[in-house]
Design a protein around this ligand. Structure first.
Ligand code: OAD
Length: 245
C-alpha cells in the first residue's frame, strides 16, 4: 500500500499526535476483538452476562472466571509490529498521546511510554464495594478473591457497560483530542461511546484524522484518510514513510 503523501506530511508537521486504539490493534497478537463475526468475544458471549456490575452481583464466580481466562490469554501473547510502530512514532513527533480502549497492557509492553487506559487494565484489581485499587497483598485469594479492607468481593480493574470512564482519564483524552494536529484511529469499530466520539471531536477541532482498519466503520465516511488493512502491516509502513527523506 502507498501511504498517502498528505498524511505523511501532516504527521511530519504535527506538534501533537493522538493515537486512539481498539481491540483490532491486538488482533494480530492473538487477542480476540469484540465485534468481529465468528472471532469476536461478543459473538460467543453476552456482554450483559459478563461485563456489567449487575452481572457480577448476580454471578460473581462466572464473571471472575471469565476474566481469569481473558487474563491468561493476554499474558500468553506478545505485542505485534503495530504496537511497536506506535511506540516508534512517539520518538518521531514532539508530543504523542496514546489513548487505548484495550485492557491488555500490550502498548506498554511494546515500549509506549504511557497509555491512557480508557477502559482500565485487565490485570489490575479493584474492590467492588469501595472501588479502591488493590495490590496483590491487599486481597485474599478466592473465586472471586475478597478485599482485605472490607471483606467484599474483588473485581477486575476494567470499565464495564453502564460505568463511567475515570474522570481524569476522560478529561486528559478530551483535551488531547481537542488540541491535536493529527489523530490516528486504529483497530476500533468506533461504536462504543464515549471513545467513539473522540475522533469526531478531533475532526470538529480541525485535526487531520486517519483511520487504519481492514473494514468500514461509522467513522470511515468522516475522516480524511482511510488506510484499509491490518494495523500490524500498515502502521510499520506509515512510520517508515515518515522516517524516509
Ligand atoms: P471491536 O471488536 O468493536 O472492533 C474491532 C475493530 O478492529 C473492527 O473494526 C475490525 O475491523 C478491526 N480490526 C480487526 N482486525 C484488525 C487488524 N488486524 N488491524 C486493524 N484493525 C483490525 O473492538 P473495539 O472497537 O476495541 O469495551 O471495541 C470497543 C469496546 O467495546 C471495547 O473496549 C470493549 C468492547 O465492548 C468494554 O468492554 C467496556
Amino acid at each position: 500500500m502507498n501511504v498517502p503523501a498528505q498524511l505523511i506530511e501532516a504527521l511530519r508537521q504535527a506538534q501533537h499526535v493522538v493515537v486512539l486504539t481498539g481491540s483490532g490493534v491486538s488482533a494480530e497478537s492473538g487477542v480476540p476483538t469484540f465485534r468481529d463475526a465468528q472471532t469476536g468475544l461478543w459473538s460467543r458471549f453476552r456482554p450483559e452476562d459478563l461485563a456489567t456490575p449487575q452481572a457480577f452481583q448476580r454471578d460473581p464466580k462466572t464473571v471472575w472466571e471469565w476474566y481469569e481466562w481473558r487474563r491468561s490469554l493476554v499474558t500468553e501473547v506478545e505485542p505485534n509490529p503495530g504496537h511497536a510502530a506506535i511506540a516508534r512514532l512517539e520518538q518521531q513527533v514532539p508530543q504523542l498521546t496514546l489513548i487505548t480502549q484495550n485492557v491488555d497492557g500490550l502498548h506498554q509492553r511494546a515500549g509506549s511510554a504511557s497509555a491512557l487506559e480508557f477502559h482500565g487494565n485487565i490485570l489490575g484489581n479493584r474492590c467492588f464495594d469501595e472501588h479502591r485499587v488493590l495490590g496483590d497483598d491487599e486481597l485474599t485469594p478466592g473465586t472471586p478473591p475478597t478485599c482485605n479492607h472490607c471483606g467484599g468481593y474483588v473485581r477486575p480493574d476494567v470499565v464495564w457497560f453502564g460505568e463511567e470512564i475515570d474522570q481524569g482519564v476522560l478529561d486528559t483524552a478530551l483535551t488531547a483530542c481537542a488540541r491535536c494536529d493529527v489523530l490516528l484511529s486504529v483497530g476500533t469499530a468506533s461504536e462504543v461511546q464515549p471513545a467513539a466520539g473522540l475522533a469526531e471531536l478531533a475532526l470538529s477541532c480541525d485535526a487531520v484524522v486517519a483511520e487504519i482498519n481492514p473494514a468500514d466503520t461509522p467513522l470511515s465516511s468522516q475522516v480524511h484518510f482511510c488506510l484499509r488493512g491490518p494495523a500490524g502491516e500498515l502502521l510499520p509502513q506509515l512510520v517508515a514513510a515518515i522516517e524516509e527523506e
